[in-house]
Design a protein around this ligand. Structure first.
Ligand SMILES: Nc1ncnc2c1ncn2[C@@H]1O[C@H](COP(=O)(O)OP(=O)(O)OP(=O)(O)O)[C@@H](O)[C@H]1O
Ligand SMILES: [Mg+2]
Ligand SMILES: [Zn+2]
Length: 371
């Protein structure tokens, strides 16, 4: 077997400070460890791949470390840290509630919890996907959660907080993990690319980050996929092709057709997009997003809200100078209307085409109104 390890596992952060985009949570945990006021039950909520399990493991490792650093991080070299690093520590126990959701599973966990740790002084129990526990398993668990032995810390993790019953919620300290910002993901990918000796266009990494939709694990999986596809040099074009994304380039072109009121060219370009297999509705959404970006560029204070790389950002700024704000607003309202009507339209392609024609007529319409 080859020794290839996927990036998401290879680059799982080992210290609080290397967790991306969850600063408030990691700082709070560090302060709690420092002051000795650590709760015994936590609920980590948030969407997939944002660092819940990772943070839980770091907490376990740091709590048990014999020589914690001044910054409240694990030393990474004492006996306890070594056993964590090799996966041999008995002070961390992970239960996947999705596949172990019966009362018996919880009973055997509760029996486990009574045993004090051998090395170090905290045992951390991570119960993943805790919303999957059966109601009777939840009930069996309540008492232990309320009065756990001194050495035990429970970390319940879930992607679906609304499914957790109030009796559990009220016994836990709750941390809501944020989806990670596109810019932070792109930057993190850049660091990993360097470590993997991969050269990558910043624009390519931004595109991956956007596609990942706030989840760092997804971003890393996509990154691996593209490295497999295109080797150690990733270009913007590689990502566009591989992920079947509609290139920004198309939208920039559409805008210039709107300005020239060039209906035939818009329709031909749209046809090209349809022939490539792109979805009509995604196109509408993408077009609206493009106009949103242009609107943001109308004032330099809102430019940082763009979630694209520097080069594309400059192009947005440049294109926004060619358009009046009123034009952008009218375009957005045309697109919005098409979006609302899309689902009920019998001929969706025609709806998009009519929308394109309207966008191509906005320029002179505006002049009629404000000569
Ligand atoms: N905030 C983050 N900072 C750095 N890396 C992260 C972060 N979140 C996720 N990752 C990467 O993604 C991988 C998976 O993260 P983790 O297991 O912590 O996600 P999770 O929130 O528990 O997701 P799930 O809900 O699917 O269990 C990690 O090994 C790491 O490489
Ligand atoms: Mg997890
Ligand atoms: Zn240590």
């Amino acid at each position: 077997m080859s020794d290839f390890v996927v990036s998401a596992r290879k680059y799982r952060p080992q210290t609080f400070d290397t967790v991306v985009g969850q600063r408030t949570i990691t700082e709070t945990l560090k302060n709690a460890i420092k002051s000795g006021h650590l709760a015994q039950a936590f609920l980590f909520c948030g969407s997939r791949g944002v660092g819940k399990t990772t943070t839980a493991r770091i907490l376990a490792k740091t709590l048990n470390c014999f020589n914690r650093t001044e910054q409240i991080e694990a030393c990474d070299c004492c006996d306890s840290c070594m056993s964590f690093n090799t996966g041999a520590s008995l002070n961390i126990y992970e239960l996947d509630a999705a596949s172990n959701n019966s009362v018996d599973d919880i009973r055997s966990l509760i029996d486990q919890v009574r045993i004090a740790p051998q090395l170090g002084d905290h045992k951390v129990y991570i119960i993943d996907e805790v919303h999957m526990l059966s109601p009777s398993a939840f009930n069996a668990f309540l008492k232990t959660l309320e009065e756990p032995p001194k050495h035990a810390i429970f970390i319940l993790a879930t992607t679906e907080k609304h499914k957790i019953i109030p009796t559990i919620l009220s016994r836990c300290q709750i941390f809501d993990f944020q989806r990670i910002k596109v810019k932070d993901i792109a930057q993190h990918l850049g660091v990993i690319a360097t470590k993997e000796l991969v050269t990558a266009d910043p624009e390519a990494l931004f595109l991956i980050a956007q596609k990942a939709d706030g989840a760092l694990r997804d971003a890393l999986s996509i990154f691996d996929q593209i490295v497999t596809f295109s080797g150690n040099n990733i270009t913007y074009q590689d990502v566009v092709t591989n992920l079947n994304i509609l290139d920004y380039e198309y939208y920039f072109k559409f805008i210039s057709f709107y300005l020239q009121e060039d209906i035939p060219s818009s329709l031909l370009l749209f046809n090209e997009i349809v022939e490539k297999g792109f979805d009509n509705h995604n196109f509408l959404v993408g077009m609206s997003e493009h106009f949103r970006n242009l609107l943001l560029c109308k004032d330099e204070r809102s430019v940082p809200l763009l979630e694209v790389g520097d080069i594309v950002e400059q192009r947005f700024v440049a294109q926004s100078k060619e358009l009046k704000q009123a034009f952008i607003l009218r375009a957005l309202s045309v697109l919005n209307k098409a979006d609302v009507e899309f689902k009920s339209a019998k001929n969706q392609r025609l709806l998009v085409e009519v929308c394109l024609m309207q966008l191509c007529s906005l320029q002179s319409e505006g002049e009629k109104k404000n000569p």
